[in-house]
Ligand binder design. Sequence first.
Ligand code: URA
Length: 222
Amino acid sequence: MAERNDQQSSSQSGLLFGDLLNDETSAHVESVEVPADDSLAKILADVKGSPVCGACRAGMPVAFGEGPAQSDLMVIGEGPGIDDIQSEMPFQGPAGMLLTRMLAAINLARSECYLCNVIKCVPAGERKFSAEEIEDCRPFLLRQILAVNPRVIIALGALAAQTLLRSKKTISDLRGQVFTLRLNNREIPVVPTFNPAYLLRVAEKKREAWEDLKLVRELLKS
Ligand code: URA
């Protein structure tokens, strides 16, 4: 999926993020409208009832998120894949197993992290998400971040990192550094790295992913 989205992002994000690019700085500032008493349950209800998104049509499986309602580490992937449909949970199957091992390598149990994706639903067939679908889903993700209130975010793959940071750089260019997301009144470090689904195919990139995970470990210590 990461590779698939690398390809789509270079053409789509230029279109979508044209006047918002922020590629010369390490901070991205933005605000999102949050309903009173917002909660993960409320956001999920809004996702399911949302008429705006082209993909999340009524009755479609929705892999919204997994983990404690508040967590120090929020792991944001791209979108649910074929392995995630039945359980409606993110990061099942081999990519999920690798993610569990990646977290364990920095002494984190998967169960203590909050896992979700930019795209929540599972559209029929494996297909690219359109720029509009990504943009429609984005406010839900931003509300989810505010609800979970993480100290650190890992963005897994190009779509996750580019969507969060409003960047059109490749994941290879974005990884290896810490960005700051200033969202409403919060300031959250974001560490982009490769998606485990991509690492399963391109094992030599695991070395760089390990460097990124060490950044996460340091941030969580501070
Ligand atoms: N499964 C997910 O839930 N997200 C990804 O980014 C890849 C696989």
